[in-house]
Design a protein around this ligand. Structure first.
Ligand code: BYC
Length: 315
């Protein structure tokens, strides 16, 4: 078959909702786009452990500490499923980790903001995991099989994360004036960066058109962002707090909330490495990687020893 014929039968498969599997023929650009998105997603889960890890030792009770540790461990697991899915596209985990640690690879802009108070743990769970889950529910139906299957499990855990975040804020919102102020302050700081998680406006999104045709993405950045705003604008009423946007208003004609302009200059600045915590996040990842070298070496030595033992038994 010519490349042209292969491309036609590939697109037919996508249009018929048949999943693409690692050994199937795929256009090089499809492989690269998936590799880019899945590895960026994996990196986001791994870097995403840092802002929350910051509060494990300062959680206000044993119960909160146990919940936070479990959540951060879940993020590590998500990173590992996603690295495994990306590896099926022909790259190694070592290469992906090296690209993250050198600053070459992207990860979500959101994790370059600091977590300044306990209420940030609630805001991150409610808003950041809330934004992530909307995007990820769509990705359960993405066209590349290993990515779609990884997302199913991730989504189950992510919905627990969002609920624990909301519940953390709900408790604070019913507390003392200081606790309510802390809750509002966290919402104020995390609102706009959460909206940026969905990526640039559709008109500026370089990858969306092709990714929609290939059903890697099922909804555009703006569609998902609007869905998120509509959801949060209702949920905030239960907290008795406000969102920091004077232009947020229900539009009966559109049947959606209107909202103010996002600061895209800030977004691109963070994406380019100049956000409040970019340098610290990379330094922390590199330190963890270097200090973990002995664990990787020990695991490899143990695996080699086991392999030898099994080979000797078989002989
Ligand atoms: N941050 O053409 P576009 C989590 C880049 S973690 C940085 O629209 P695309 C969690 C984009 O890469 C959740 N960069 O791109 C963990 C592209 O540049 P390149 C993370 C961004 O890929 C711990 C350029 O801008 N979720 O759940 O079609 C604790 C143009 O954009 C961002 C995922 O990764 C950004 N926010 O659409 C708590 C989901 N946005 O690569 C929670 C999977 C855009 O061409 N990813 N860029 O140089 C996706 O769904 C898509 O990649 C995006 C962007 C919607 C994010």
């Amino acid at each position: 078959m010519s490349i042209h014929d292969l491309e036609i039968s590939f697109q037919n498969k996508i249009d018929s909702e048949i999943k693409i599997e690692p050994k199937d023929w795929m256009p090089e650009a499809y492989r690269k786009t998936n590799l880019r998105q899945i590895s960026q997603h994996a990196h986001s889960e791994i870097v995403g452990m840092l802002p929350e890890g910051n509060w494990i030792s300062r959680a206000p009770s044993l119960k909160r500490k146990a919940i936070l540790i479990a959540k951060v461990q879940d993020e590590a697991g998500h990173g590992l499923y996603l690295y495994s899915a990306a590896e099926t596209l022909g790259t190694s985990r070592e290469q992906m980790v090296a690209d993250l640690n050198s600053g070459k690879a992207k990860y979500s802009s959101i994790f370059n903001y600091p977590t300044l108070s306990w209420a940030d743990m609630g805001a991150v769970g409610w808003l950041v995991d809330g934004a992530a889950i909307l995007n990820q529910v769509m990705l359960c139906r993405t066209s590349y099989g290993p990515y779609a299957r990884a997302m199913v499990r991730i989504c189950k855990e992510e919905s627990f994360h969002q609920r624990q975040g909301f519940e953390t804020l709900l408790v604070l919102s019913k507390g003392t004036k200081e606790q309510r102020d802390m809750c509002q302050d966290a919402i104020n700081r995390w609102w706009w960066p959460s909206l940026m998680m969905f990526g640039p406006k559709d008109s500026e999104s370089t990858n969306s058109d092709q990714s929609m045709k290939w059903k890697i993405k099922r909804k555009t950045n703006d569609e998902l962002r609007q869905q998120f705003i509509d959801m949060i604008a209702e949920q905030i009423k239960l907290l008795g707090m406000t969102l920091p946007d004077a232009n947020l208003k229900w539009n009966a004609e559109r049947k959606h909330y209107d909202f103010g302009e996002i600061n895209w200059e800030e977004f691109w600045n963070v994406v380019k490495g100049n956000g409040p915590c970019n340098k610290q996040r990379l330094a922390d990842r590199n330190k963890a990687h270097d200090e973990g070298a002995w664990v990787r070496e020990a695991a490899m030595a143990y695996a080699a020893k086991r392999k030898n033992k099994t080979a000797n038994k078989a002989a």
